[in-house]
Design a protein around this ligand. Structure first.
Ligand code: DX5
Ligand code: ZN
Length: 213
């Protein structure tokens, strides 16, 4: 299992140190939640802050857009060269076009599905993306309770990936902890995002290790 701590739960007064600490503690990706106050009822980081995060990080960035105007935000964040740049399918009229754009910028495109969104909604773009991010909470805030229907959704998505012989990773975001990670692994999940579980612990290294099942 790859582990992507969400810096949303970090201490923002010492963000650089926090980013360095999770990288040294062995995380695989640094998960960055970009919220615009419209698509979700919260507002987080712009490119100035994320650029500082990128400088402090020795691991690749995994940028999760939770915004209304995806195209505009892709232009803002692509210059920071994240490994993954993911947007919500619920908020995009032309996902296939935006995927091509992200790829043409040398970045791996990802699609995010809210808890209610079926995996069938991305059936015909499965071969065009490198990652699907399944939300296991409603986007907007850290520290929420895990929604268990994501397990079945991940299994269904695995079947679809096999049927289509597609090559992409499954990431789950929200309420992940040391207790539910094994079930996620068994459901075919490749990457877990964990915010409050990692940053709420007194030992980042052991929290991250406990997710590497
Ligand atoms: C929620 C964000 C998550 C959040 C996860 O909108 O996408 O990445 O930070 O936080 P936890 O792990 O605390 O649920
Ligand atoms: Zn996220």
């Amino acid at each position: 299992m790859y582990v992507a701590p969400s810096i949303l739960s970090a201490d923002f007064a010492k963000l650089g140190e926090e980013v360095k600490a999770i990288c040294e503690a062995g995380c695989d990706l640094v998960h960055v939640d970009v919220m615009d106050g419209h698509f979700v009822p919260n507002l987080t980081m712009g490119p100035v802050v994320v650029e500082a995060v990128a400088k402090a990080a020795s691991k690749p960035l995994d940028i999760h857009l939770m915004v209304e105007n995806n195209n505009f935000f892709v232009d803002l964040f692509a210059p920071l060269k994240p490994k993954f740049l993911s947007f919500h399918i619920e908020e995009e009229k032309h996902p296939h076009r935006l995927i091509q754009k992200i790829r043409s910028l040398g970045i791996s495109p990802g699609i995010v599905l809210n808890p209610h969104t079926p995996p069938e909604s991305i059936r015909y773009i499965l071969n065009d993306i490198d990652m699907v991010l399944l939300m296991s909470v409603n986007p907007g805030f850290g520290g929420q309770k895990f929604i268990p229907s994501v397990i079945e959704k991940s299994k269904r998505l695995c079947e679809m990936i096999k049927e289509q012989n597609a090559k992409l990773m499954i990431e789950v975001d929200g309420g992940v902890n040391g207790l539910n990670v094994r079930e996620l692994d068994e459901a075919g999940v490749d990457i877990v995002v964990a915010g409050s579980y990692v940053f709420g612990s007194s030992d980042y290294k052991s929290a991250i290790n406990s997710l590497k099942v």
